[in-house]
Design a binder for this molecule. Structure first.
Ligand code: SF4
Ligand code: SF4
Length: 353
């Protein structure tokens, strides 16, 4: 068998480290990511129509800053400089995307961008016939509806008084309009933030998902931001009941043929972070090479776990290249390669991106 060339060995190394396909090129540095390699999460505004109990926006102090949308000139820079490199686009991060005043215009541009995968998370309350049609036309592939209870009491208490019936009605409306268009997309998933208040209703949420023709439910543990002062809701403090309820929910999901992604039981320990890939004896988080989070004001962070500290740059002041190859991104990549993690990465328990 011929020996692989040095370039192909470099290609294998970069692919193994960054977890993304690269191609050998005839220009320096001779190994390049494929044209579309980025996962982009961006907020279109900093608004939300709810004030949920466990919202990370409180950690960001978003409630005290002036509500505003992403400036159109900033969005155009993102379209020009970032969309051509984007493999996956999530139109939400820390705010409700349907609250953006220019959501329809943004969807029209996104629809023309040929990004292979577009999705967003929503509380589901503001979906209506008109925006569902626009979402379908833009080719959005998935919508994740935050769904934190199976009864109005629990759902409303966690989700700032929101009506569970209204959200379910809007999901049925999506199903109806998809059927009229004979399209399978956008697929709808329910996302649960697991906490003490709702852990006993997870099985019920699976049943609701089934009744709404939803085939996938994802659950993640509540991240107890210190600012929220809600340690009592963290299931790390209620491990037995958490394990019992999730086991019941897993069984019910299997019976109903609903795919249920949830954290492993506490008694099993050693949860495996999803985005950390073996390399080959060590582990490296790939997100500093593949991911960008853009806040509505242009601030850039490498992933959704960064809720504090200075941004890595701001796209109203710098080009994407200046930020992506700037000192902060380069320093983080070096820390990651050398396993000398500081700041947020040093404390990162979940690799949720
Ligand atoms: S709907 Fe989402 S963004 Fe809005 S307050 Fe609730 S958790 Fe926060
Ligand atoms: S904070 Fe966590 S997920 Fe984000 S880049 Fe660092 S290690 Fe990766």
């Amino acid at each position: 068998m011929p020996k692989p060339s040095i370039l192909h060995r470099a290609k294998d190394f970069v692919e193994g480290t960054a977890g993304r396909r690269v191609v050998v090129s005839n220009r320096f540095p001779f190994v390049e990511f494929q044209k579309r390699f980025l996962t982009v999460r961006m907020d279109l505004s900093n608004r939300c129509n709810l004030a949920c109990l466990v919202c990370g926006r409180s950690a960001l102090d978003s409630h005290s800053v002036r509500a505003s949308d992403m400036e159109w000139t900033l969005f155009q820079r993102i379209v020009r400089e970032i969309f051509p490199k984007t493999l996956e686009l999530f139109l939400s991060c820390t705010a409700e995307p349907l609250m953006a005043r220019n959501f329809s215009d943004i969807l029209r541009v996104v629809g023309k961008s040929q990004i292979p995968f577009v999705a967003f998370t929503t509380n589901g309350l503001l979906l209506n016939e008109e925006n569902i049609q626009e979402i379908i036309s833009a080719g959005v592939k998935e919508i994740y509806v935050s769904f934190d209870g199976a009864t109005q009491g629990t759902f409303g208490a966690i989700r700032g008084g929101a009506s569970i019936q209204k959200v379910m009605k809007n999901i049925r409306l999506i199903n109806h309009i998809k059927q009229l268009h004979s399209t399978p997309t956008p697929r709808v998933e329910l996302h649960i933030t697991l906490m003490r208040s709702n852990i006993e209703e997870v099985e019920g949420i699976i049943e609701i998902a089934h009744s709404l023709q939803i085939s996938r439910v994802t659950a993640l543990h509540f991240h107890a931001f210190p600012q929220l002062n809600l340690d009592s809701e963290s299931l790390h403090n209620h491990t037995d009941i958490s394990d019992t309820c999730l086991e019941r929910a897993r069984k019910r999901a299997a019976e109903l043929n609903v795919k249920f992604d949830c954290p492993p039981a506490f008694k099993q320990a050693k949860p495996a972070p999803t985005r950390i890939r073996p390399n080959p004896t060590k582990q490296v988080c790939v997100l500093p090479w593949t991911s960008v989070v853009i806040r509505h004001d242009g601030d850039v962070f490498p992933c959704g776990v960064w809720y504090d500290g200075e941004p890595f740059g701001n796209l109203t002041k710098s080009s994407f290249s200046e930020v992506w190859y700037g000192p902060k991104y380069q320093a983080l990549r070096t820390e990651m390669r050398e396993h000398k993690l500081q700041s947020v990465c040093g404390r990162c328990e979940q690799c949720c991106g």
